[in-house]
Ligand binder design. Structure first.
Ligand code: PLP
Length: 507
């Protein structure tokens, strides 16, 4: 097992991992990285309004500043450092080509208020990206401006609301049905858009319970929000029936497209009856995320919702491409955000699409599903896979493999302990306790960019930790030993977060 050092660290450092406080604790308001002489003959022109006490900014010398940020950067776990098995997040390798293209001056140095004639190339890029997104999803319209998946959900739900209002049903259709396995953003979005959320239970095989769903339909249902493939890593095999049922009841079908990586190039959501779906460019179309950069959640819309897309729209006129920025003459519900969306993300996503081509994108989905099934097959003899069939059988998953901690619980070990033990092994943990429908869930998404060797290394560590959990449960309960901090009071951190540094009273 990993041993703690026999003597506590004298410096607070752990090996080459440097202890580092907050910059406010390290710096001093009187220190500075620059050393300029006081200006001569300087006259105070502030009329007596000059600051009397220092601003309390944390001053550091130049080497201290460098070290502060480098030490912090070494605390980051990154996809460039190792496997990032976080389920539902699609943490895949981001080709450097995309970064290179996003940094071209002509894209990176644009200002959103520049005259339209000077940004024709950028508009063409956005148009081309919109074309690809509509082509891939089989949907006739797309709103590019949403800045994250959850923002895209909001975009789609507001379009649904506007469509209902146009039918005179804004006040009668108030309920949004959300399956119990949904990502937390789905019910949150529905509530933020002013709807009432009602949960649809799951079936024993990890999908929507069709009968329960049917029973909840009625003239007050505005929409269904369904993730497909769902958060159990399974394709909703009744998805077309589900779409027909919700349409038959006069509601709309919102699909959470965060898991699109499993089906891109293979299935067109438009063919499944979807009315609105956001696409996480930062997941499926490979751009750094999770602290590594901004996101983008373009939302594709069906013919029924297309007239209600938010502004701006790009339209081709004789003088070139223009942005329709105002609501007049459209049924748009307004705009979602200032300006036009995340240009850098658009550039990266289109570079990714063009470099893969249609066949390459299909292979992304095929390989993502293959990798997840390899992991499922290797780990299933050692961990309980709740929806993968009885032992000895193999019921395939989509892009992520779902396990639970039931094989560990007899030893008193649970999901959190295994996740913490992975930290000592140099891995970012899998997604823990999500989806909520599985007790002690461990959701693992390897993505298509992991080579087999990396998958094997990870599986061997998981299997060994599973065995250690039963042989020496205390070892897992004590983990992590090698992380900068040990077990934190995560509940207290979430309930009463301390978000602001305050100067100690005696300082
Ligand atoms: C990531 C994710 C979202 C939200 O996307 P953000 O870009 O983080 O807002 C929604 N649903 C599912 C299933 C997701 O995995």
């Amino acid at each position: 097992m990993s041993e703690s050092l026999s003597h506590p660290s004298l410096s607070g450092n752990r090996g080459l991992l440097q202890a580092e406080g907050l910059i406010f604790e390290t710096g001093s308001p009187t220190r500075t990285g620059v050393d300029l002489p006081a200006p001569k003959g300087h006259k105070d022109r502030l009329g007596g309004l000059g600051r009397r006490a220092p601003l309390d900014l944390p001053g550091l010398s130049e080497p201290e500043t460098m070290r502060h940020y480098v030490r912090l950067s070494q605390r980051n776990y990154a996809i460039d450092l190792g496997l990032f098995p976080l389920g539902s997040c699609t943490m895949k390798h981001n080709p450097r080509l995309n970064e290179r293209v996003a940094r071209f001056e002509g894209f990176a140095d644009l200002h959103p208020l520049q005259p339209i004639a000077t940004v024709q190339g950028a508009l063409e890029l956005m148009d081309e990206l919109a074309h690809w997104l509509m082509e891939l999803t089989g949907m006739p319209a797309v709103a590019l401006s949403p800045k994250a998946g959850a923002h895209g959900e909001f975009c789609g739900m507001l379009a649904i609301k506007a469509a209902l209002a146009a039918r005179g049903e804004a006040h009668s259709r108030t309920r949004v049905l959300v399956p119990s396995s949904a990502h937390g953003t789905n019910p949150a979005t529905a509530i933020a858009a002013g709807f009432i959320v009602e949960e649809v239970p799951g079936s024993a095989d990890g999908r929507v319970d069709l009968e329960a769903f049917r029973a909840k339909l009625g003239p007050d249902v505005a929409a269904l929000m369904l993730t497909n493939p769902n958060t159990c890593g399974l394709f909703e095999r009744d998805v077309k029936t589900i779409a027909d049922l919700v349409h038959g009841a006069g509601g709309f079908f919102y699909c959470d497209g965060a898991n699109y990586n499993a089906i891109v190039g293979l299935v067109r959501p438009g063919d499944l009856g979807v009315d609105a779906m956001h696409i996480n460019l930062h997941k499926t179309f490979s751009t750094p995320h999770g602290g590594g950069g901004p996101g983008a959640g373009p939302t594709v819309l069906s013919a029924a919702l297309a007239p209600f897309a938010p502004v701006p729209h790009i339209v081709q006129r004789s003088e070139g491409r223009v942005l329709v920025e105002h609501q007049e003459g459209t049924s748009a519900y307004g705009r979602l955000c200032a300006f036009h969306g995340q240009m850098g993300m658009f550039t990266r996503a289109l570079a990714y699409m063009l470099s893969h081509g249609a066949d390459g994108l299909r292979q992304v989905a095929e390989d993502a599903v293959l990798n997840a099934n390899y992991l499922l097959a290797r780990l299933k003899p050692h961990f309980n896979a709740p929806f993968a069939g009885p032992a000895g059988t193999h019921w395939p998953c989509m892009h992520e493999a779902l396990f639970d901690d039931s094989t560990l619980r007899a030893a008193g070990v649970e999901t959190i302990d295994l996740a913490k033990a992975l930290l000592d092994e140099g891995y970012h943990p899998f997604t823990t306790y999500f989806p909520l429908v599985v007790h002690g869930a461990m959701l693992i998404e390897p993505t298509e960019t992991e080579p087999k060797r990396e998958l094997d290394r990870f599986c061997e560590v998981m299997i060994a930790l599973g065995e250690r959990a039963n042989a020496d449960p205390a070892a897992l309960k004590a983990a992590p030993l090698l992380a900068p901090v040990r077990r934190l009071d995560e509940t207290r951190a979430a309930r009463t977060p301390v978000l602001r540094w305050r100067k100690p009273a005696d300082a």
